[in-house]
Design a protein around this ligand. Structure first.
Ligand SMILES: Nc1ncnc2c1ncn2[C@@H]1O[C@H](COP(=O)(O)OP(=O)(O)O)[C@@H](O)[C@H]1O
Ligand SMILES: N[C@@H](CCC(=O)OP(=O)(O)O)C(=O)O
Length: 394
């Protein structure tokens, strides 16, 4: 695949994560650049109105807090940074709320710590919360929960957080907006002759060498953490673009397939890493038997497994474990992550999703196994849904 093909493929990206850095939002004293923020919001709203899902990862809480508290610079100690973030996060959200409102877009604040990603149960929770917000057409605005995150549970920088959020929601594209138009052959602040690198296919030592650290006293990480984010997205099979957010229109241009910023091309070999993890990387804790209707829905239409299609449960498993889905003849057709434990599935099997609340007393998910967490298996190999034409399951 050529870089032009990949750029063109970005036009079809439906689920986007867009990260906005402190550099764009805050001046050197922490003063929020409201004009720029408003412009960014207008650009994001344009994509949203095209029917795309957007999760915004916004930095700037510490910076805005520094500005409002009149501090001389970014605090050095963690409690002071946490205090600044507590002040600034509210200011950020207040402005996002008022800038998105004229477009009829409701925003939602989502604050995460590293534990929300590391712990499988919490990971699934965060994922489902984000999915629910997008289903409600509310635009999630994510930041690190700086006010409570101590060193051990910190992401530390929002570039990494944005990459992990992209994996969390299976994004089609991550865009990191910053003050530079992409990755240059040297830090443009230090070298006027630096040239933009339009595509990166592999993070080589040469690429690492051009990426400098922190770019301003309020921002974190500089290009180093952006490369760290690219390592994650490239392995996860998600294209990532670093682009300039100082001027309007770059987001739209990227989504029109134009050669804007630096594209980090995902590795095709590892595109299905997550699906492979589900199929082969994790122990299978139990089996769920499904009926012909569910079999057809999963294999031919790529649908999720709903409780109504379940006919039996074998073994003992917890919510979040990988289970085998077996057809009425007992053949394994897929593996997936179960949203419910074996005891819970036994209670809700054969029922409608709307009955889950009545039976269990709670209703966390409609699906027993969501299609995003499901890998189809046939003759020991993984296949895409819809490709199993001859398979009637009989
Ligand atoms: N090779 C490079 N190309 C572009 N920018 C670089 C490079 N190396 C270091 N930088 C610095 O990275 C900064 C952007 O990162 P950062 O300050 O963390 O911004 P943000 O707040 O947007 O995350 C730029 O202002 C620039 O000084
Ligand atoms: N969570 C912090 C952002 C930390 C960070 O990574 O900043 P940046 O390098 O500007 O993206 C904040 O809101 O201030």
């Amino acid at each position: 695949m050529t870089s032009l093909n990949i750029r063109a493929a970005l036009t079809g990206a439906r689920k986007l994560v867009i990260k906005v850095g402190t550099r764009l939002l805050c001046g050197s004293k922490g003063d929020l650049n409201l004009k720029r923020m408003k412009g960014l919001v207008e650009d994001v709203a344009g994509l949203w109105k095209e029917g795309r899902d957007v999760v915004l990862v916004s930095s700037g809480a510490i910076g805005a807090g520094v500005g409002r508290l009149g501090l001389l610079g970014k605090p050095r100690t963690l409690p002071e940074k946490q205090a600044a973030a507590a002040v600034g996060q509210g200011i950020l959200m207040q402005n996002y709320e008022s800038f998105f409102a004229p477009f009829g877009i409701t925003v939602a604040q989502v604050l995460l710590t590293r534990d929300d990603i590391k712990n499988r149960g919490r990971y699934l929770n965060a994922r489902h919360t984000l999915y629910s917000l997008l289903r409600y057409r509310a635009l999630p605005i994510v930041n690190e929960n700086d006010t409570v995150a101590v060193e051990e549970i910190r992401f530390g920088d929002n570039d990494t957080l944005a990459a992990l959020v992209s994996c969390l929601i299976d994004a089609d594209l991550l865009v990191l907006l910053t003050d530079q138009d992409g990755l240059y052959s040297a830090d443009p602040h230090e070298n006027r002759d630096a040239e933009l690198i339009p595509e990166v296919w592999e993070i080589t030592p040469e690429i690492e060498a051009v990426a400098g650290g922190r770019g301003s006293h309020l921002a974190t990480g500089g290009m180093e953490t952006k490369l760290q984010a690219a390592r994650i997205t490239m392995q996860a099979g998600i294209p990532m673009v670093i682009a300039g957010g100082m001027q309007r229109g770059n987001l739209a241009a990227i989504l029109q397939g134009k050669r804007v910023g630096t594209l980090f091309v995902p590795c095709e070999e590892t595109m299905k890493a997550r699906k492979r993890w589900i199929a082969f990387g994790s122990p299978v804790e139990g089996k769920i038997r499904i009926d012909h209707g569910a079999l057809e829905a999963i294999l031919k239409k790529g649908k999720s497994l709903l409780p109504g299609g379940v006919t039996g449960v074998v073994g003992f498993f917890e919510a979040g474990n990988v289970v085998s889905l077996v057809d009425p003849c007992g053949r394994e057709i897929a593996r997936g992550i179960s949203n419910y434990s074996s005891d819970e599935v036994k209670l809700i099997m054969g029922k409608k999703s709307t009955e889950i609340k009545m039976i269990l007393g709670y209703h966390d998910y409609d699906e027993v196994v969501h299609r995003d967490n499901l890998t189809i298996i046939a003759n020991g190999s993984t296949l895409k849904a819809g490709r199993l034409k001859g398979y009637a399951g009989k």
